[in-house]
Design a protein around this ligand. Structure first.
Ligand SMILES: N[C@@H](CCC(=O)N[C@@H](CS)C(=O)NCC(=O)O)C(=O)O
Length: 311
């Protein structure tokens, strides 16, 4: 099998979730550091412009969104279980809830405390993506709101951990812990002691947080963006043909040119539809610099539609 390549940047909470997943599974990986804000001229041609972070690459297969990326990492084998047997659906639903409830609130709470540390380019670039002004001066006055919203969800996490269990689903770590951890990690790493203290339920959350952090990131070595492009170019993409009747019911057929768009924030990506299963959408993308590649998306959180002719 071709190497597991993670396109990510250090500051990114969803990348931290993925790094920990690789650590939990003991999976070796190659690290391609991408710019924190666009343009990303080396990455964009490979991913058809999908612009969220992180992205996992294996040969000419590109996996978008950590919901799918963690499932791919799980299938690679290794130690532990991101989706423990009998708790697969629970781990996914838990992760969906806590990320929706806490991620943006933790980010806005934290950045409000990062005056002088957030480049204007980042504020300007993220504004249309998140539809939020990430300027610390704009976020600080709203601290009370973000704090209430974050702590309301952390109260549920504390309730889950209140019986003394070591991890969210029991005695072993899973994807559920990683989803709960990364927004708190972002706040603690970047918000300083003031924000760390504002985050409630520390008595219950702290020992759990330390256990998740101890999973580490696994063995990894750096790779240049050009090496990653070369690997994509050197591999033939797979030809998956999984199909669900759902696709038929919405009037889309294999081979149609479609757009795939996150249902919360982010841009559409276009390509020819190869597979549509209960769990995954796969489209074929082609670019002169990398040739043919497959882009994979989770079914949950993405909308597929026939592409406009001009797309
Ligand atoms: N649901 C997505 C969310 C990913 C996400 O929002 N990532 C943030 C960084 S942690 C992002 O893309 N920010 C904009 C960017 O990096 O370009 C996932 O699970 O991968």
């Amino acid at each position: 099998m071709s190497e597991v390549i993670l396109h990510h940047y250090q500051l990114s909470p969803y990348s931290e979730k993925t790094r920990l997943a690789l650590g939990l599974k003991g999976q070796g990986w190659r690290s391609v550091e991408i710019p924190i804000w666009t343009p990303r001229p080396k990455l964009t041609p490979m991913t058809g412009g999908y612009r969220r972070t992180p992205i996992l690459q294996i040969g000419a297969e590109f996996y978008c969104d950590t919901l799918l990326i963690l499932r791919v990492i799980e299938k690679l084998g290794g130690s532990g279980a991101l989706y423990p047997k009998g708790q697969e659906g629970l781990a996914k639903a838990f992760g969906w809830w806590i990320e929706k409830g806490s991620f943006m609130n933790a980010v806005c709470l934290t950045i409000g405390n990062m005056s002088g540390k957030i480049p204007q380019e980042l504020v300007d670039e993220r504004r249309p993506l998140f539809r939020v002004n990430l300027d610390p001066q704009a976020l600080l006055p709203k601290r009370a709101i973000y704090l209430q919203r974050l702590n309301a969800h952390l109260a549920w996490l504390a309730e889950v951990l209140a019986d003394g269990r070591e991890f969210a689903l029991g005695s072993d770590p899973s994807a559920a812990d990683l989803s709960a951890y990364h927004p708190i990690w972002f706040a603690r790493q970047n918000g300083g002691p003031e924000i760390a203290e504002l985050i409630a339920f520390s008595g219950l959350v702290d020992p759990w947080y330390a256990r998740v952090a101890a999973l580490g990131h696994g063995k990894h070595t750096d790779m240049t963006p050009d090496e990653a492009i070369e690997i994509a170019r050197a591999h033939q993409p797979n030809d998956p043909d999984g199909w669900s009747s759902e696709a038929k019911n919405v009037g889309i057929r294999r081979g149609d040119r479609v757009s795939v768009t996150p249902d919360d924030y982010g841009n559409p990506v276009h390509g020819s539809l190869l597979a549509w299963t209960a769990d995954e959408i796969v489209i074929r993308h082609e670019d002169p610099s990398v040739g043919k590649v497959n882009l994979h998306f989770p079914r949950v959180g993405f909308d597929v539609a026939l592409a406009e002719e001009a797309a």
